[in-house]
Design a protein around this ligand. Structure first.
Ligand SMILES: [Zn+2]
Length: 56
């Protein structure tokens, strides 16, 4: 059981892993995928610490 929760950030277009990490600041980031050049936007919202179930 890990104490630190790291998120996987994957490209929404080709599903390649962009990075793993733990973002502490609120806001949003944009990451351009190296593989398909799709620009992924992730909204960081650490104020609401709600558990988002990963449904796959
Ligand atoms: Zn991609």
């Amino acid at each position: 059981m890990e104490l630190e929760s790291k998120e996987d950030y994957k490209c929404k277009h080709c599903n390649k892993l962009l990075f793993k990490g733990f973002l502490v600041r609120d806001g949003h980031i944009e990451i351009k995928c190296k593989h398909c050049k799709f620009i992924n936007t992730f909204n960081i919202n650490n104020k609401n610490n709600e558990a988002t179930p990963k449904s796959n």
